[in-house]
Write a protein that binds this ligand. Structure first.
Ligand code: 6GU
Length: 258
């Protein structure tokens, strides 16, 4: 996978992604990361790439031509028109389904805006995907691009070791991950669930699946609609719901404290 990030702050991208698992994948050449400074395509001696908005209003707008030239430079380098993702709070919300789709590409271009945005005409010309990372406003597209690169890279073959492999983590199967414990077996009086110390591997697996279902039901119940559960697991979920209804009923019957 080759990432090309078009930005006014290339050092932010270069410094942000060279640690941990993504840093290791870059060092190994499994993925490449090239931060392209849009200012290098300013076409003037001052490196000026923004101007006042037509029609008035606050702030500055990134001009079309430098963004277009930076994009063209990437297309020429790789010999074809790549997918170009514009990071914007107006985009589709980034999801695990999008992660897996983007991970299939050979090259991905991320276009990071700043100020009050980018001239609409160049967006119409080059952007293939408008993506947001959530409903809040950031100062620029660099952090969202890094978030996306991190998530997509986990699905690029060879980035995760077998042990780190994505298979059993959150959102696999639309279930949240089960809780994890490590030594000591008793920490400040809190014990590790005894089944994890039993050495009974099959029972541990059943317990972990149940914990995943319980967590998802407690924290992200909407995910369960898409989850693939076995007949036994459905029964377990129904039992959870039944217990909850019972608690509610008992709560209603109990006399109120005053
Ligand atoms: Cl992709 N960009 C900016 N500037 N703000 C955001 C965002 C993106 N996603 C959420 N907020």
């Amino acid at each position: 996978m080759h990432y090309h990030v078009l930005t006014l702050f290339p050092e932010m991208i270069e410094q942000g992604l060279h640690t941990s698992i993504i840093g290791r994948a870059i060092a190994a050449g499994t993925i490449t990361l090239s931060a392209v400074n849009i200012r290098d395509y300013a076409g003037n001696r001052y490196g000026k790439v923004d101007d006042y908005p037509y029609g008035g209003g606050a702030g500055m707008v990134m001009q079309a031509e430098p963004v277009y030239q930076a994009c063209q430079a990437v297309a020429e380098k790789i010999g074809r028109k790549p997918r170009v993702i514009y990071l914007t709070p107006q985009g589709q919300t980034f999801s695990q389904a999008m992660v897996e789709d983007f991970a299939k590409e050979e090259d991905l271009v991320f276009l990071c805006g700043h100020y009050e945005g980018i001239d609409e005409r160049v967006l119409e010309e080059v952007v293939t995907d408008y993506v947001s990372i959530g409903d809040y406003v950031l100062t620029g597209g660099e952090l969202p691009a890094m978030v996306m690169i991190d998530a997509i890279s986990r699905f690029v073959p060879g980035v995760l070791s077998n042990e780190e492999s994505a298979q059993f983590e959150s959102f696999q199967d639309n279930l949240l991950e089960y809780p994890q414990y490590s030594r000591p077996a008793v920490w400040r009086g809190k014990e590790v669930p005894p089944i994890l110390l039993s050495g009974h591997h099959a029972n541990v697996e059943i317990w972990r699946r149940q914990q995943s279902i319980l967590r998802t039901w407690q924290r992200r119940p909407e995910l369960l609609e898409e989850a693939q559960l076995s007949k036994k697991e459905r029964q377990y979920l129904e039992e959870l719901c039944r217990q909850e209804r019972q608690k509610e009923e008992e709560g209603k019957e109990a006399p109120h404290e005053s």
